[in-house]
Design a protein around this ligand. Structure first.
Ligand SMILES: [Zn+2]
Length: 236
């Protein structure tokens, strides 16, 4: 395992079997196969991953610390349903940390990394032109992966874990509040960031990253939605 692989899958063995459950559920959230509010029962998670309920509970608890799962007393665990305010905070956090991570990554990036990321963007581009759910999910995942590849290049495990959380939480927010069916990430902006990095123009790369995060947030409808009563729902 090289340094990059170690950062991309840092946990390895010895976590008592909960890590692969966490990653599988996190990926399902990123790909939007699991929607906000979905019930995650301990017994279903246990039988799906062939582990005890105790391990299933530990995995769900760990996901709740990441803000991806909400555990309710006597009701069990659910995929989180972020509020508009939480959504704003997630994007504010991304605005603060991602330029710093990018700067850090720029110091470590090699020409091989640039070629690999170019390939990732090319694959993402191809998926955008394909139809069907599977291609769509793979495309959503690929657009988040770009940000995670950058954070892996920062070679800072604390920041990388934080980014994994932020990308997964962003996916929940986009699933709930996204206005368009377009990709959550502007493909051209990823390309532009990479071009700037290739030219060692780090300030421009950071500036583009900030615009990029602004654009993702601008595509959300974060107005507070008040629940309607039964009576209001049936009023003509
Ligand atoms: Zn993006």
């Amino acid at each position: 395992m090289n340094d990059r692989e170690a950062i991309l899958s840092p946990y390895g063995e010895g976590d008592g079997g909960t890590q692969h459950i966490r990653e599988a559920i996190r990926t399902a959230i990123v790909e939007r196969r699991l929607s906000p509010g979905t019930k995650l029962s301990e017994s279903d998670v246990g039988s799906l991953f062939n582990v005890s309920r105790t391990l299933a509970r530990a995995a769900l608890q760990a996901l709740s610390y990441e803000g991806l799962v909400r555990v309710e007393r006597n009701r069990g665990a659910f995929v989180a349903y972020p509020s508009p305010e939480e959504a704003r905070q997630i994007f504010a956090a991304r605005q603060l940390v991602e330029p710093g991570i990018l700067r850090q990554a720029a110091g470590n990036i090699t020409s091989d990394d640039i070629s690999r990321l170019k390939q990732l963007l090319a694959d993402e581009g191809k998926l955008m032109n394909e139809r069907g759910q599977t291609a769509r999910r793979a495309e959503i995942k690929a657009s988040g992966d770009f940000h995670l590849e950058i954070s892996a290049l920062s070679q800072n495990l604390v920041l990388h874990r934080f980014m994994e959380e932020l990308i997964a939480r962003s996916s929940l927010v986009i699933a709930l509040y996204g206005r368009s069916t377009a990709s959550s990430c502007g493909h051209n902006e990823h390309e532009h960031i990479l071009e700037c990095l290739a030219k060692n123009n780090i300030d421009a790369a950071c500036q583009t990253m900030l615009h990029h995060i602004e654009h993702i947030e601008a595509d959300l409808d974060l107005r507070e939605r008040r629940g309607v009563s039964l009576k209001e729902a049936f009023e003509l």
